[in-house]
Unconditional design. Structure first.
Length: 390
């Protein structure tokens, strides 16, 4: 067994717990507490033991994920194994949490502890690494013993671990509210349908750091627009008429049309309705109006690090933008695609529906600075996660 000292992050204060040097964080601290030391390890089986505990006994809402522990290689670009630790698993003081893993060849390793902005933590500044006798060569499964995060694989949402806030345009009832809360995010929901907005407000009332605005976003301010409301709880409502979407989902139809006055994301920021400094991720789920929303974010888009949109490379709705059009606009704004997944084909296999994530390109930005975590992880392992609705 060897004791290895890690590198401190950019927040917290040094304290001593039973003779062990630790960092104590505040409840609002979110990001990398400890990382490094980029040590070489030969092929073989290992375990690494972290010391983590609660700085006080104040309980948060329900039982959230409070801290992540991870083993990585390739300068933080490849995740070997990880665990998400729930509040209920933590005790006051300092307790051991172990990750076991195998290496098929020599690797330069990083051990990382990330706070999730839920509770004040005590994190030991060193880890204990032990070589195990059996030749284990498979990685440990993802997730805590209670929850794994199918979301991050199925919905490409692993990038949200890199941010502290998200603007979600096209909120509907806030189906992702619990997932966002478990990540400790500041969330601004934007929903155009007034009665659904009222239900959204009720749904997010119990979740701290989440608020909502009732607005229709396009690329024009003060324009009266015909907005079509769908019969599936408003989820498929849109500015645009149905086309291929109606063939794919014959049970979904528009049941009402009403006039709404549009605004833009840039306009909301100028008016003071949004403090853009709180948000680094932008999710747009506006059923074909994504390009309009992005054009209406001119002058604001550069404040985000990530953008996620639904896109179709066929006419799901009359006049909806193609994936190529969205990609061209975002590339011109300095973003590059980092992941996409298909969630359905067009009529007669004429095209594909996509979820797509773009990331702002920052040349030369290191992956391992404190506060910067992981890119999207594509992991083929079968895991079970929490439901989207909360």
């Amino acid at each position: 067994m060897t004791t290895t000292r890690l590198i401190r992050g950019s927040f917290g204060v040094d304290v001593s717990v039973e003779g062990r040097t630790c960092v104590q964080t505040d409840a609002s601290d979110r990001g990398v507490v400890m990382y490094g030391p980029y040590e070489e390890r030969d092929a073989g089986a290992y375990q690494v033991e972290f010391g983590i505990g609660l700085a006080d006994a104040t309980a948060p809402l329900e039982d959230p994920i409070c801290v992540h522990i991870e083993v990585m290689t390739n300068d933080g670009r490849h995740l070997i194994t990880e665990r998400r630790i729930l509040f209920s698993e933590l005790t006051q003081g300092n307790a051991p949490f172990v990750l076991k893993f195998g290496l098929t060849e020599a690797r330069r390793l990083e051990y990382r502890v990330q706070a999730n902005g839920q509770v004040p933590l005590l994190v030991a500044q060193d880890v204990e690494v032990t070589a195990l006798p059996e030749a284990r060569t498979t990685v440990s499964p993802k997730g805590s013993q209670h929850r794994a995060w199918e979301y991050e694989r199925e919905f490409l949402d692993g990038y949200l671990r890199n941010v502290s806030g998200v603007v979600h345009i096209g909120a509907n009832y806030g189906q992702e509210r619990r997932y966002y809360w478990l990540l400790g995010l500041e969330v601004l929901w934007i929903e155009p349908i007034s009665e659904i907005y009222q239900e959204l407000v009720d749904n997010i009332a119990r979740y701290p750091r989440q608020r909502a605005l009732n607005a229709l976003l396009t690329d024009q301010e003060g324009q009266e627009i015909e907005f079509r409301i769908a019969n599936n709880g408003g989820a498929s409502s849109s500015i645009l008429p149905l086309e291929g979407h109606a063939e794919l989902f014959p049970g979904i139809e528009y049941v009402e049309s009403r006039k709404l006055v549009s605004t833009t994301l840039a306009g909301l920021v100028r008016s003071g309705a949004i403090d853009i400094s709180q948000y680094q991720a932008l999710t747009i789920d506006t059923e074909g109006a994504e390009l309009m929303v992005l054009k209406g974010a001119s002058g604001v888009l550069e404040h985000f690090d990530y953008v996620k949109c639904e896109a179709s490379d066929f006419q799901a709705r009359s006049g909806n933008p193609s994936l190529r059009q969205l990609d061209e606009l975002l590339r011109a704004a300095g973003f590059a695609q980092i992941g996409r997944r298909d969630f359905g084909m067009g009529p007669g296999h004429s095209g594909t529906n996509w979820d797509v994530v773009w990331k702002k390109v920052k040349p030369g930005e290191p992956l391992n600075e404190p506060g910067y975590t992981l890119p999207i992880i594509f992991d083929p392992m079968e895991v079970h996660g929490i439901e989207k609705d909360g």
